[in-house]
Design a protein around this ligand. Sequence first.
Ligand SMILES: [Zn+2]
Length: 144
Amino acid sequence: MLDFYELQTDEHTQIAEFYENLDDDRLTTTQCTDCGEIHFPPRIVCPECTSDDLEYVNLPHEGELFAFSEVRGGLPLGLSEHDVPYVVAAVDLGPVMLSARIDDAAYDDLEIGDPVSLKIVEIDGPTDHERVFYRFEPKEESSA
Ligand SMILES: [Zn+2]
């Protein structure tokens, strides 16, 4: 996960732009301007061709559940037992696949292929600085 940075400013992480965009309601990642590869998580050097000529591009805010699981224990630092159970999933956004927490959904209510949409949350951190992170939630079903 990308949220282990105590601070999301450019003094502390070289992918600060990712967090700035997220704070601006945009999910972005890096694309190599030399070979065209889209990375996730964002990179500072292209793993395909080692170019450092990367630019931030918008990612879709909606995707599909590729796989999911329920977390009941073995919690990452910062979470407590009243956070469980929760659902984590691999979300297929098209250009990239990423793992994220799925909010507002119970494991039993989900199926592979379900549409999900981006949810940007503020997270508590070890500092007073504002931090943001991404999650997904089930997409509202349009009445068919
Ligand atoms: Zn490249």
